[in-house]
Design a binder for this molecule. Structure first.
Ligand SMILES: *Cc1c(COP(=O)(O)O)cnc(C)c1O
Length: 328
């Protein structure tokens, strides 16, 4: 189940769906996203991870053949009240310790039984849970969640699903019938401490822009807003047309790596709306128009995210905010 919510983590959900057509299905956050994919011609199974909010969404899910998560008692009540045109495939989401969404796992048998009584629900209910700390390999919470899940669903019929990317990479015992990778499909690591290369992940997104200015600055001159970076010697400073309006993180500090003409250089001064300023010492013969990579194969999005005090997920989503579903 390839997770392509949030416009495929900023990559364009339709483009991702076509690139990932070998997947057995696609998961998105809500019914609206799933309906957009159906309208865009995606015929794979689609799962709405937050499920339905009202009767109209139940009807839409039935009409568009969208699978739905059920994670609250009122969502079961909704299915008891609405008789959709055809029965829906339900993923019963159990809370095993994340404490965000999910019905109490210890009553899994009761929830499943209640759902199975409904004409609105297909009998092949999937039993799922979500890991809270999978990105921290040493954290015992993950093993506790898996044990709680196994205990809750012991003896129940139905396919099972636990693993997000971190679960896929670090917890083979959590693979079960359906895995739900998201971030790793785009070549970013779910772990804060490793480079994606360690997992053989290939970055799908490159954020880049051309060099639009190169100037020799004198020792003592301050660069950009706030004058936060001061040249320690006479040196070339470049300006590239990438900024926080393009999703480049404004909190990336001076020193954050960028690639200029295939050579690593560093940010010098604050990120502007549409521009970054770069210390070009060490870049041989930079020219106007040269490509500057904010992130891509090198530097990886995770390295830039770490420098900016965030995670790759956020940078990818932000960079994709101005794109349509085809990624343009
Ligand atoms: C977002 C999400 C995933 C994918 O998580 P990644 O960390 O991106 O792999 C899987 N399952 C659920 C329920 C999610 O919300």
């Amino acid at each position: 189940m390839a997770v392509i919510k949030a416009n495929a983590y900023g990559h364009g959900a339709l483009t991702a769906a076509s690139a990932l057509s070998a997947a057995d299905g696609f998961a998105v956050a809500n019914i609206a996203e799933a309906a957009c994919l159906r309208d865009g011609g995606v015929s794979h199974p689609l799962l709405a991870l937050q499920g339905c909010r009202d009767a109209a969404e139940v009807e839409l899910a039935a009409a568009q053949d969208i699978w739905i998560a059920v994670q609250r008692p009122d969502q079961i009540e909704l299915l008891e009240q609405v008789g959709p045109a055809r029965p829906l495939r339900v993923w019963l989401k159990l809370n095993t310790g994340m404490n965000r969404l999910g019905l109490p796992a210890e009553d899994a048998a009761l929830w499943q039984e209640r759902l199975l009584r409904l004409p609105a629900v297909r009998e092949d209910i999937v039993l799922m849970t979500h890991l809270a700390c999978g990105d921290d390999r040493e954290n015992p919470a993950t093993q506790r969640q898996i044990i709680a899940f196994d205990h809750a669903v012991a003896g129940l019929a139905g396919e099972q699903s636990i693993a997000n990317s971190a679960g896929v990479l670090a917890f083979p015992g959590a693979h079960r019938d359906w895995v739900r990778p998201g971030i790793m499909l785009y070549g970013s690591s779910p772990f804060p401490d490793t480079h994606p290369e360690h997992e053989g992940l290939v970055p799908a997104m490159t954020v880049s822009g051309p060099l639009i200015a190169i100037d020799e600055r004198r020792r003592g001159e301050a660069i950009g807003y706030g004058g936060t970076w001061v040249c320690q010697e006479d040196m070339p400073i470049g300006v590239a047309a990438i900024g926080y309006a393009d999703g480049y993180p404004r909190h990336a500090p001076s020193g954050t790596p960028v690639l200029v003409n295939g050579r690593r250089a560093r940010l010098a001064g604050r990120v502007s709306m549409d521009m970054i300023t770069i210390d070009l010492r060490g870049v041989a013969r930079p020219r106007i128009g040269d490509e500057v990579v904010g992130w891509g194969a090198d530097p990886g999005v995770d390295e830039v995210a770490r420098a900016a005090g965030t995670i790759g997920y956020e940078l990818l989503c932000n960079a994709g905010r101005c794109l349509d579903m085809t990624g343009r």
